[in-house]
Design a protein around this ligand. Structure first.
Ligand SMILES: Nc1ncnc2c1ncn2[C@@H]1O[C@H](COP(=O)(O)OP(=O)(O)OP(=O)(O)O)[C@@H](O)[C@H]1O
Length: 330
C-alpha cells in the first residue's frame, strides 16, 4: 500500500445513538477498529448494521455520540480520502464498459490500481469490454466491490458484499478481500452469511436491536455462549425427551431409517447431559460432542438479547428453543 499508515484507530464510534422517528436504529453503540483489522458485523435484518456504516462513511450524522474516521469527522471529504465503500445496492453507468468504469473511478484517486490489477484481483479480465448494462446481477456486484478498491483505500466498508453471488463468485471475492487485507488494509463488512463471516473475519461484532451483543474473536464469540453440540443415535421406539434431560438446552431429531433417529442436542453442559443420558438408561450409540458453530452462537446471542429487551416480543424462530436447535443444525 502506498498510503501512509495512520496512528490512531481507523474508526472510532463512541456512545452513538441514531433514531429514525420512533425506531432506535443504534442505541449507545461504541466500536473501535484499529489499522489492519478484518471485522465482520453480523446481525439479523434491521439490526442497525447499515445505519452504523452510513455514520462511519459520513452519509448520516448521529443524534448523539461521536464518530471519527481516521481521527477526523467522516462528514469532511478530507477524512474520507482513505475510504472505499460498496453500498448494498449500486448503480453503474449502463453504456460504459467495465474497463471504462474502472478508469472513470480511478481518475478520482492520486494512486489508483491499474485496470489490469483491479480486474485480475477479482477474476474479471474477460469482462473488460462488456458494457455494464449487460452484466449479470452477480457480475455487477463483483464489479461494485472491485470499484471500492480502485483507489487503494486504507479502509474498506462493505455492506453485504456477496449478496446474490453464486458460490464460485463468492469465493473469488473472498479471496480478493483476503489478499487486499493481507496487503495492509482494514476491512469492515456486514453479512447475513455466517459462512462469510467465519471465512473472512478475525473479529466478529454481533449487532442486534441497535446494540452490540458481542465483540470478540470468532472463537471467543462462539465460546461466549458456552453451548456444545451433542450428536447421538437413539432407537425410534425410545420415548425419552432428550431436550428435557439435565444439561440440554434444545434438541432436534432426524429419522434415519425408520428404526432410529439421529439427535442433535444443544447442551449448556455436555458433561451433565451425557451423565443424565446414561442415568436415564437411554440406549444411545454414535455419541459425538462438538463445539457450537457461529450460527448457534449467533442465534443464542440474539435470542438472549430479545429476552432482555423491553420491546415487542421477537419472532418465534429466535425464541423457541426447539426451533433454535432446528435452525442450528441445518
Ligand atoms: N431512512 C430510514 N427511515 C426510517 N427507518 C430507518 C431508516 N433507515 C433505517 N431504518 C430503521 O432502522 C433500523 C436499522 O436498520 P438498518 O438498515 O441499519 O439495519 P441492518 O442491520 O442494516 O438491516 P439489513 O440487514 O436488513 O440491511 C431498522 O428498524 C430500519 O427499519
Amino acid at each position: 500500500m502506498t498510503a501512509p499508515t495512520p496512528t490512531g484507530p481507523v474508526l472510532d464510534v463512541q456512545h452513538v445513538t441514531r433514531r429514525f422517528g420512533a425506531v432506535t436504529a443504534l442505541d449507545d453503540v461504541s466500536l473501535r477498529v484499529e489499522h489492519g483489522e478484518l471485522v465482520g458485523l453480523l446481525g439479523p435484518n434491521g439490526a442497525g448494521k447499515t445505519t452504523l456504516l452510513s455514520l462511519v462513511s459520513g452519509l448520516r450524522r448521529p443524534d448523539s455520540g461521536t464518530v471519527r474516521l481516521f481521527g477526523g469527522d467522516p462528514r469532511d471529504a478530507s477524512s474520507r480520502i482513505g475510504l472505499g465503500t460498496t453500498p448494498q445496492e449500486t448503480g453503474l453507468p449502463p453504456t460504459l464498459t467495465v474497463g471504462e468504469v474502472v478508469d472513470l473511478v480511478a481518475g478520482h484517486y492520486p494512486d489508483p490500481m491499474s485496470r489490469a490489477e483491479v480486474l485480475s484481483r477479482f477474476g474479471m479480465q474477460d469482462l473488460v469490454k462488456r458494457q455494464t448494462g449487460g452484466l449479470s446481477g452477480g457480475q455487477k456486484r463483483r464489479l461494485a466491490v472491485a470499484l471500492a478498491l480502485v483507489g487503494r483505500p486504507r479502509l474498506v466498508l462493505l455492506d453485504e458484499p456477496t449478496t446474490g453471488l453464486d458460490v464460485e463468485a463468492r469465493h473469488v471475492l473472498w479471496q480478493a478481500l483476503r489478499d487486499y487485507h493481507a496487503d495492509g488494509a482494514t476491512v469492515v463488512l456486514t453479512s447475513h452469511y455466517l459462512e462469510e463471516v467465519e471465512a473472512l473475519a478475525e473479529r466478529v461484532v454481533v449487532v442486534g436491536g441497535g446494540r452490540i451483543l458481542a465483540d470478540d474473536s470468532l472463537d471467543a464469540v462462539v465460546g461466549l455462549v458456552g453451548l456444545r453440540r451433542v450428536l447421538l443415535t437413539v432407537p425410534a421406539a425410545s420415548t425419552v425427551d432428550l431436550a428435557a434431560l439435565p444439561g440440554a438446552h434444545a434438541a432436534h431429531a432426524d429419522d434415519l431409517d425408520g428404526r432410529a433417529r439421529r439427535w442433535t442436542v444443544l447442551a449448556e453442559d455436555a458433561d451433565v447431559f451425557v451423565r443424565s443420558l446414561v442415568g436415564a438408561d437411554v440406549p444411545f450409540s454414535g455419541l459425538e460432542v462438538r463445539g457450537a458453530s457461529l450460527e448457534e452462537a449467533f442465534l443464542a446471542l440474539t435470542a438472549r438479547a430479545d429476552d432482555t429487551a423491553d420491546a415487542a416480543p421477537a419472532p418465534a424462530a429466535v425464541h423457541d428453543p426447539a426451533r433454535l436447535a432446528e435452525e442450528a443444525v441445518r
